[in-house]
Design a protein around this ligand. Sequence first.
Ligand SMILES: Cc1cc2nc3c(=O)[nH]c(=O)nc-3n(C[C@H](O)[C@H](O)[C@H](O)COP(=O)(O)O)c2cc1C
Length: 280
Amino acid sequence: MKPRVRHILQEWEQSQQRREAPPSLLFHENSKLTRPGLDELGRRIGRIMSEGLTKELARSWKCYPGHPQVELPRANLVLERGLQEVIVGRRSLRAFDPHRPVTLQELANLLQLSYGITGRLEDSGGTQYLRAIPSAGALYPLELYLMVQRVQGLDPGLYHYRVAHHALEALELADQSESMQRMEREWGMGSAPAFYLVVSALFARTMIKYRERGYRFILMEAGMLGQCATLLAECQQLHSCMMGGWLDDELNGLLGLDGSSESVVHVMCFGRAPREDAHG
Ligand SMILES: Cc1cc2nc3c(=O)[nH]c(=O)nc-3n(C[C@H](O)[C@H](O)[C@H](O)COP(=O)(O)O)c2cc1C
């Protein structure tokens, strides 16, 4: 092992022994389920379910009344390669083709098949809608925003995916190229992706039911959504990269989120690879 690496590991172990656990590990400790905690949670969940609250929460989709809507085509994905080939072939891309746009159909496939409605359950309490990825308690805490630069049929700008209508709500059509370009520079993008997918979480949707444990579930679900979206891109000869270095307050502010009840939890970008014969 290299001396520098050994030093970093020793530092980490010493800080652990001094009980300087970072807040994230304290959070992990405090959200562990114990036997009494599990019993308590079970009783509380029983009460909440009997009130029909979870169905209400699961249907509390965000929408922006009064904003123009763009209807999306229904998903029509046809796999030209097997799943194994898609998974093995996926690689993060950081420099995109600055000319060739993504089509609205490709974007619609990606949204509907990663977080759109794919099923429903009917009972006396009403309809419960189910989505493309699993969600703890079927509560679906995530909301999807798009920062669009090159998608056919869409003006560049900021959009929200209105899942119940499978449509996009245009939130801001002002030119955002300046803030996008700055972010791209900071994020080390070679050239602008066709769009960013920004995933936020409405924490209460899941945490009212699962409390601290619910926060873990929310991050798991954002990760599942990310993998689903990245593979859907790959299936359509698009490429993607996950972004870890966003400035939380800045990005929440751009989206109009308060950053506490709803906050960005995941950012990805998508686009086409530059043509191999394109030089200069
Ligand atoms: C949570 C997360 C955050 C990431 N953040 C960035 C990032 O900010 N910039 C970047 O270029 N790549 C980022 N990546 C991509 C990883 O660097 C990449 O997945 C890794 O190098 C493996 O390569 P592959 O995706 O091509 O298999 C991120 C990946 C994940 C899962």
